[in-house]
Design a binder for this molecule. Structure first.
Ligand SMILES: Nc1nc2c(c(=O)[nH]1)N[C@H]1C(S)=C(S)[C@@H](COP(=O)(O)OP(=O)(O)OC[C@H]3O[C@@H](n4cnc5c(=O)[nH]c(N)nc54)[C@H](O)[C@@H]3O)O[C@H]1N2
Ligand SMILES: Nc1nc2c(c(=O)[nH]1)N[C@H]1C(S)=C(S)[C@@H](COP(=O)(O)OP(=O)(O)OC[C@H]3O[C@@H](n4cnc5c(=O)[nH]c(N)nc54)[C@H](O)[C@@H]3O)O[C@H]1N2
Ligand SMILES: [Mo]
Length: 756
């Protein structure tokens, strides 16, 4: 799915620090390829600045608050440059290529054509996309939406790039139409984290901010590939290490950030090649074994408290928590042997991690997809909270849970109303302020939408960004589902697979990117975003739009809404003239957004109040609640392996920049599977041997990928790993978590054998 490889596949384990000149070299090559050697650096200087500029769309890590650093990273630069490319996909391009022909292109080649420039509609007679005016495009979509028997026959997907103002208008349109069918990328990402934190603490978000990262004594980094996917966290890790904080990495793979890093903004380090350690302890847990490890650490803390009462913060437990006694008994009753077997680590390792935790006055646990994309993702995140509660690591500086979110505004999307299970209180306020009658039944999430499209129950699919056709599980089935729609609408910046896998009618609606000037009647507009640590700030584009035909996302939503809801009393155009007006309405509907327009213009924006941070818990007991879930059985059956799908260094979700994965030592190869050497030997497989991978779903059906190349890798036995989205075909639609409805993207049960 990536570009045509530049040479033979190569594998050479990587032993250098993360970031540094390797990153700088890779960026330069990239800027040259995109023809952005001039614009790129200029734009980058404007990124993540407290005095204006645009928010880096690369990830959701918060901006540096001290303003001392050039707050950028290799992958953020690539991501921005990818949007700023000078290449264009105009009407001539679509006239020259049928959809059938484009379907044979790689995903890299599709996106590499550059920015989309004008609205296009699919013409089934010629199998070409043909130009359509914005007016006709809106009318076509409006007609399809008006023709539905019920609004629940439409689904409105959001990818986490959408700014808060557009988000608010988007959910308003869906709910005014009468549906809560608002699937989003969170359904595949941090749904489990949100639900767990909500259940344990009464808020679905982390409670810490960057200041806490700067003062904590111990960091536990679980299931995240920091150097590739949250590179700005490298700065926090090196600074923590230099300060004497302990850093424990919990991951089946020892990723680059779990060794050493060079910080690109530290010119002295860059010049001398001096690197800083970023880890005190690496624990290579079994895939899915995190909960057992956390249980083991909690058990160790409780055992120590028998002789050392200071091991527990009993006062905190008594005052602020519920369910401690049950949890204590559960830990006691969970045998060490079971804990060791399930996490795949020896007792000494578990005790060492527990000792780091016990010795720290303040601890932060941070996690990403390695924790959330599992059957028991919710239970594991709740176990993280259990562990934190034992020592009162909540509601004080330097301590607390800190999920690393993915897309740059995925957290803001949820805050501003993208939720297929909206709270009653939110709907009440929306009804009162916006004068609509929102539906009360819960809507469809990502998995539910695919199943409903396939059954013919959802007939219109609108994708507000993203690349649903590739990001979703069960690729062939998802494609079948999209193809069975009456209409698919994709609001996008670049050509991608979701434009080629379409309904009977299809629209491509090109929008402004975050780097571009958004000119409306009321002048240049800015939009707000919320980072992983609940900071809301403005982002304003400064580049000339890629084409004069592009509309902003709010304008596209308003156009769709006007056409679908001819009798609407919502002032759609009036909102689009000046986004301050949208923000004024949001201030009345959203909790924590009072005085939105003023506060969002403060130098660093504002932080949404986190009740749990102030030890206010909106749970049934009004306390932080311990959970008492049994440990899941994650040990693979004999002959099978637990396979996790993940990103390479040179990709952004479904966007593949190259076939290299520098920090894992891979060149020119994406169709690979990383395996433990002993597991390979046992199967008679040698390095680069072609293998067939077969998954078995909960319903007993099987799916296969053939001819992937095996790569021996330092990882626990019984585990395997490979890249998304190539491996999404292995993940059955029915394989989602009963706790979060998230597809099991980090735990596919597979057998692997020499290619037949
Ligand atoms: N450059 C770049 N940045 C990105 C993205 C991108 O594609 N490219 N994507 C963005 C998005 S949307 C998201 S959600 C985040 C994703 O950020 P990550 O969560 O880092 O994403 P993955 O590549 O899926 O990597 C998952 C990590 O979890 C580990 N892992 C797998 N199974 C387990 C397990 O059972 N337990 C533990 N402890 N670890 C496990 C893997 O070895 C890997 O290190 O990054 C965001 N940032
Ligand atoms: N197997 C497996 N599958 C996974 C995952 C996994 O770990 N394993 N991770 C899951 C996760 S965490 C996520 S978040 C999803 C990601 O799923 P999505 O968010 O759906 O996918 P992306 O690849 O981020 O979307 C890329 C497209 O977004 C469009 N785009 C870029 N910028 C803009 C913009 O400013 N506006 C608009 N309207 N469009 C824009 C471009 O056209 C580009 O082609 O994938 C999920 N899928
Ligand atoms: Mo994500």
């Amino acid at each position: 799915m990536g570009p045509t490889p530049e040479g033979e596949p190569r594998y050479q384990p990587y032993h250098h620090p993360a970031a540094g000149w390797g990153a700088a070299k890779s960026v330069t090559r990239f800027l040259v390829r995109e023809g952005a050697l001039v614009d790129g650096p200029r734009a980058i200087m404007k990124m993540n600045h407290e005095d204006g500029g645009f928010d880096c769309p690369g990830c959701a890590w918060p901006d540096d608050t001290k303003g001392l650093h050039l707050d950028i990273c290799e992958n953020g630069i690539k991501h921005v440059t990818w949007e700023m490319t000078r290449k264009r996909v105009g009407r001539e391009f679509f006239a020259a290529h049928t959809v059938g022909e484009l379907s044979g292109w790689t995903d890299f080649a599709l996106e590499d054509q550059g920015r989309l420039t004008e609205p296009m509609a699919y013409d089934p007679d010629t199998d070409h996309y043909v130009p359509i005016s914005w007016r006709d495009a809106f009318e076509l979509a409006g007609r399809a939406l008006r023709a539905l028997d019920h609004p629940d026959q439409a689904a409105f997907y959001t990818s986490g790039r959408l700014g808060n103002e557009a988000t608010f208008l988007y959910q308003l349109m869906a709910r005014e139409l009468g549906t809560n069918n608002l699937p989003d990328c969170s359904n595949m990402c941090h749904e489990a984290s949100g639900r767990a934190l909500q259940a344990s603490l009464g808020t679905g978000k982390g409670t810490v901010d960057l200041k806490d990262w700067e003062t904590t004594d111990a960091l536990f980094i679980m299931g995240v590939n920091v150097a590739s996917n949250a590179p700005r966290m490298l700065t926090a890790l090196t600074e923590a290490y230099k300060r004497g904080a302990r850093i424990v990495h919990i991951n089946p793979l020892v990723e680059a950030a779990a060794r050493r890093a060079i910080i690109p903004h530290d010119f002295r380090d860059m010049a001398t090649g001096h690197s800083t350690r970023t880890s005190t302890l690496n624990l290579q847990v079994r895939v899915g074994g995190d909960m057992a490890l956390l249980r083991g650490m909690a058990k160790a803390v409780l055992e120590r408290s028998a002789t050392d009462p200071k091991a527990l913060d009993q006062e905190f437990i008594d005052r602020h928590t519920a369910g401690f006694e049950d949890y204590r008994k559960l830990c006691e009753a969970t045998p060490w042997e079971e804990i060791e077997r399930q996490c795949g680590l020896g007792r000494a390792d578990i005790l060492e991690a527990a000792r780091v935790y016990e010795d720290a006055d303040r601890s932060i646990v941070s996690w990403c997809l390695g924790v959330s994309q599992h059957e028991h993702g919710v239970d594991t995140v709740r176990e993280i909270v259990n562990l934190l509660l034992l020592r009162g690591n909540l509601g004080r500086e330097g301590a607390g849970p800190s999920p690393v979110r993915g897309h740059s505004n995925v957290q803001g999307n949820r805050t501003c109303g993208i939720d297929h299970r909206p709270a009653e209180e939110f709907l009440d306020r929306l009804a009162r302020v916006c004068g609509i009658t929102p539906p009360r039944e819960h809507g469809l999430d990502t998995v539910g939408t695919i199943a409903a499209m396939r059954r013919g129950e959802v007939k219109v699919f609108v994708g507000m960004g993203g690349n649903f056709a590739l990001a979703a599980p069960d690729t062939p089935l998802t494609h079948e589902a999209l193809r069975s729609c009456d209409l698919t609408v994709q609001v996008s910046t670049k050509l991608n697979r979701s434009h080629l896998v379409h309904g009977r009618q299809a629209l491509i609606l090109p929008c402004l990117g975050r780097t571009e000037k958004d000119h409306q009647r009321g002048g240049i507009q800015s939009t707000s975003v919320e980072d992983s640590m609940s900071m809301v700030h403005l982002s304003v584009g400064m580049k000339r739009p890629a084409s004069r035909h592009l509309l902003s996302e709010p304008a596209i939503i308003a156009g769709l809404a006007r056409a679908a809801l001819p009798d609407s009393r919502t002032p759609w155009e009036w909102y689009v003239e000046d986004y301050d007006r949208v923000r004024d309405t949001m201030a009345q509907v959203l909790d924590g957004f009072e005085d939105f327009n003023r506060r969002v213009r403060l130098p660093l924006g504002f932080r949404i109040r986190q009740p749990a941070r102030e030890l206010v818990f909106r749970t049934p007991s009004e306390r932080a609640e311990f959970s008492t879930a049994p440990l899941p059985d994650v040990v693979p059956a004999p002959g099978t392996l637990a396979l996790g799908t993940m990103r390479s260094h040179d990709q952004w979700n479904t966007t593949i920049y190259s076939d290299n994965d520098r920090y894992r030592g891979i060149r020119n190869l994406r169709t690979l599977v990383f395996m433990n050497e002993d597991d390979m030997r046992e199967r008679g497989i040698a390095e680069f041997d072609p293998v067939d991978i077969t998954s078995t779903a909960k319903d007993g059906t099987t799916r296969s990928l053939k001819g992937f190349l095996a790569v021996p890798y330092d990882m626990p036995r019984g585990c395997a790993a490979g890249y998304m989205p190539e491996m999404n075909a292995l993940i059955a639609l029915c394989d989602y978590s009963a706790q979060s409805d998230q597809p099991l993207m980090k735990h596919v049960r597979v057998t692997i054998g020499a290619a037949g």
